[in-house]
Design a protein around this ligand. Structure first.
Ligand SMILES: [Zn+2]
Length: 278
């Protein structure tokens, strides 16, 4: 669906299987920026190229016009289709320096962050051609540009992107979503990244990877709610981790949600550090 003059959002559904064999339906957004050429922000899980290419053809663009993929971070559900799209189009891949290793060597990613279904999400290794740092600006031509904001916490090399002139903020998985499972590795970083995003003025549309587009004043509300949610998780973990992870989940409004390795990793991050999140 077209969300601004230049940006199109593609919602990519996928399923995970829990340890108990339960099927979990999830989705991830990938975004197309249509200019003289086409820039993709993330590529979804492995095999998502079909849905992306079909969408492009339907909207009058040729997949061969993709010249750049910008990865918001290294996780398998965002880079799954990247190797195939790069291979088929000859495009460049850009990512933050701290995300390089996990993108170029998914085996390392899986070793350091073993998650269920990794093999079905990942599409294998892919070389990063353009290494990004905080403050970098990517010129897309025709007056369009992307500014890079390093927003670690969800993962080391997580970045958010501001597209001008559309006033769009692509936040990847950087903004925790109340009501969904919290997923991040570093509590202090996730909070400081959210505060950094809060200070990014003039955003009219928030395009997260795990939520539908958010407009206007609700953009900053969503960031504030993310901060409040991390604080709520912090209190729940400190208060109830000695009881059980199930009890912590219940305390943050996720009663009955199965405990999985991602949730445990997040909760343990709250215990690992002496975090001041006041
Ligand atoms: Zn992620």
């Amino acid at each position: 669906m077209q969300v601004t003059e230049h940006v199109h959002a593609i919602k990519i559904p996928f399923s995970l299987t829990s340890d108990s064999g339960m099927l979990i339906e999830r989705f991830v957004y990938a975004y197309l920026i249509y200019g003289r050429e086409v820039c993709l922000v993330d590529c979804g899980v492995a095999s998502s190229e079909k849905i992306i290419f079909d969408y492009m053809k339907k909207t009058g663009r040729d997949p061969q016009e993709i010249s750049l993929i910008v990865q918001t971070h290294s996780h398998a559900d965002h880079i799954g289709a990247t190797p195939v799209i790069k291979e088929l189009t000859g495009c460049e891949v850009a990512a933050h320096s701290d995300a390089l290793e996990w993108i170029e060597d998914p085996d390392v990613q899986f070793r350091e962050r073993p998650i269920p279904n990794f093999d079905t999400l990942s599409g294998g290794p892919v070389k990063v051609d353009r290494v990004l740092e905080d403050g970098d600006v990517i010129d897309l031509g025709e007056g369009m540009a992307i500014r890079v904001i390093h927003t670690p916490g969800h993962s080391n090399g997580s970045i958010s992107l501001v597209l001008s002139p559309d006033h769009v903020l692509f936040s990847g998985d950087s903004i925790p979503l109340p009501g969904d499972i919290p997923i991040y590795d570093n509590v202090a970083e996730v909070i400081s990244s959210l505060r950094k995003l809060r200070e990014t003025g003039g955003v009219k549309l928030l395009l997260s990877s795990w939520d539908d587009p958010v407009k206007g004043d609700d953009v900053y509300k969503a960031i504030d709610e993310g901060i409040d949610y991390v604080k709520r998780v912090h209190e729940a973990v400190l208060g109830f981790s000695s009881v059980s992870w199930e009890k912590v989940l219940e305390e943050i409004g996720l009663e009955g949600v199965p405990v999985n390795p991602l949730v445990v990793r997040t909760f343990e991050a709250h215990l690992k550090e002496d975090v001041d999140i006041s």
